[in-house]
Design a protein around this ligand. Structure first.
Ligand code: MLT
Ligand code: MN
Length: 320
């Protein structure tokens, strides 16, 4: 199975269009070591030919241009894409807006939970994905789904599971109470991705050959820890390093928790929560432009790498 990080940043990207804080400025000024990152997306393929895209970011057109694996084959038909399936892990703007780039009467299968499909249905602009070409299939909140593209099985299976998160920002409802703004169980899922070809279908697999992709997660509980034990790779929510960093850097007031993202550091952070598990590779994805791990040589970057975590960048490849 091949994995490619298509976009390693959180919503807004790095640099964010309107952000003039030191990190965004540094990457805009091409300071040494600073890498621009596009918004949250991952691609996987069992055969190197048919690809599944996990989340469709607003940067998708540029991401495809930067990713030969996702471009039409040079010897392919006049209209063609290797993207056989798109899987959405929630309805956040940074995960669904890229669907608009996938119009032009191209067949693929779109997978999402009922809650996310409801959101797409409720926003008529997504009808640019003509149902005659783009089949929408519902993902269970818990269970295994074989990803099928227009040409048949892609050779990839996913297992879906609910993680603590938050309803998409544009669906927040103050009337539903400032506690959770209308969040319901199942607003955010994580996925385990495995390839049939290596005999690692969920349930009968070599755990080291599967990867977990969890770009949004508000909390790690025991069930999630148990699930992740023995994984070949975990790509996990690296939105903020410190819960209050938006406030601390002066760019905003929202905490990570308020956005449905647990911090990396601290006693309640993800490094602590996931410590001690047997996971071969641990990679932070969905990194916000305020996160100091984006600064090469910073204390935060060193801390994260010293703890055995990697920091995702656009184009990062892995094979399992
Ligand atoms: C998030 O992950 O919190 C959202 O993507 C924020 C946003 O960009 O709307
Ligand atoms: Mn996001």
């Amino acid at each position: 199975m091949k994995i490619k990080i298509v976009g390693a940043a959180a919503g807004g990207g790095f640099p964010q269009w309107n952000c003039n804080a030191p990190l965004s400025r540094a990457v805009r000024q091409a300071r040494p070591g600073f890498l621009a990152r596009t918004q949250s997306s991952l691609a996987a393929s069992a055969d190197g030919v048919h690809w599944a895209l996990f989340n469709a970011s607003p940067d998708l057109r540029a991401q495809i241009a930067a990713t030969p694996e996702l471009q039409p084959r040079a010897d392919g038909p006049l209209r063609h894409t290797p993207i056989a399936a798109v899987v959405l892990t929630n309805a956040d703007v940074d995960h669904i807006a890229g669907l608009l780039n996938l119009r032009e009467r191209e067949p693929f299968t779109l997978y999402a939970t009922a809650r996310v499909l409801e959101t797409l249905d409720a926003n008529s602009i997504f009808r640019v994905l003509n149902p005659a070409y783009v089949e929408r299939r519902e993902l269970p909140l818990s269970g295994t789904t074989e990803l099928i593209g227009p040409d048949g099985p892609t050779g990839l299976s996913i297992e879906t599971f609910v993680v603590p998160g938050k309803v998409a920002l544009f669906l927040e409802d103050e009337g539903a109470g400032a506690e959770n703004f209308g969040t319901r169980d199942g607003d955010t899922i994580g996925v385990r991705i495995a390839s049939d070809r290596s005999g690692d279908t969920p349930g009968r697999s070599d755990p080291h050959r599967c990867i977990y992709y969890i770009p949004g997660c508000a909390q790690v509980d025991d069930a999630l820890r148990n699930r992740l034990q023995g994984a070949g790779c975990l790509m996990f929510d690296g939105t903020v390093f410190v819960d209050t960093e938006m406030h601390d850097t002066g760019v905003g007031e929202k905490t990570g928790a308020r956005m449905g993202h647990m911090a990396i550091s601290g006693p309640d952070g993800s490094i602590e929560a996931l410590r001690g598990l047997d996971i071969a590779r641990k990679v932070f994805v969905h990194i916000n432009n305020t996160n100091p791990i984006l600064e090469p040589g910073s204390d935060a970057e060193r801390f994260v790498t010293d703890q055995g975590w990697e920091i995702a960048y656009d184009g990062m490849e892995m094979e399992f």
